[in-house]
Design a protein around this ligand. Structure first.
Ligand SMILES: [Zn+2]
Length: 232
């Protein structure tokens, strides 16, 4: 779905619900923000093709944070576009490149013996998923940094859901890519889901920061597009 000039919200329907990565471009760049669950590469490339672009032309993959549903297809995308630069917040990078155990996996591992069987299966899947998906980060992003591409993309550090979570503001169009720092519930924009949040207080502060930006559109990775009057 086209949400602004040269910005497309991809719609990836999978077993775990719908997710909404963002594709943006200008004359020299094709940027993907977040990269789906493992196994969704065909769905992602098909959605990119629907926007009349090709995954082979991706120049940058920006990751809002470390979770498996955001980094799942980076490896396969880099096979298609080997020169694409992978970017993430400097505090998030060690969890993505394999230096540290991703926080949700570490939390589950710590109480593995007490987990119900279905959670044990989820843990094992997650562990295998991360083991195969250590990703080298080419560029470390910081709060306030502006990438001079696609009408200027501002990096906004929004810790809470994870410590190095970022949102991205397209300054020209006013589109805010909220990742998992935002959700949509009954037509209202809300903050990170408390059940999946590392630091609730920071998440609340980050959500206040997001609201203050006054973006015209906000995209929630698990909720879609929010505007002041309508949602989809
Ligand atoms: Zn997520």
């Amino acid at each position: 779905m086209r949400i602004a000039k040269n910005i497309e919200m991809l719609e990836i329907k999978g077993d775990n619900g719908v997710i909404y990565p963002i594709l943006a471009w200008d004359e020299h760049n094709l940027v993907l923000i977040d990269a789906g669950f493992p196994g969704q590469i065909d769905l992602i490339t098909a959605e990119i093709a629907k926007a009349n672009r090709s995954a082979n032309d991706i120049t940058a993959i920006i990751l809002t944070h470390q979770d498996i549903d955001h980094i799942g297809c980076v490896r396969e995308l880099l096979e298609l576009a080997p020169n694409a630069q992978v970017m993430a917040h400097i505090e998030e990078a060690p969890y993505i490149n394999g230096e540290k155990t991703p926080i949700k996996l570490a939390a589950l591992s710590a109480r593995y013996d007490d987990l119900p069987d279905d959670m044990k299966i989820m843990h094992d899947k997650m562990k295998a998923g991360f083991a195969n998906r250590r990703i080298k980060i080419d560029k470390f992003l910081q709060d306030g940094e502006i990438l001079p591409i696609c009408g200027d993309i501002e990096i906004i550090h929004t810790p809470g859901h994870t410590h190095g979570h970022i949102c991205l503001l397209f300054r020209e169009s006013g589109v805010l890519v909220g990742g998992d720092a935002v959700n949509i519930q009954e037509g209202k924009l809300i903050g990170a889901n408390p059940n999946h949040t590392a630091d609730l207080k920071s998440a609340e502060e980050s959500f206040a920061k997001i609201r203050d930006l006054g973006a015209s559109f906000v995209v929630a990775y698990h909720g879609g597009c929010y505007t002041e009057n309508t949602t989809s």
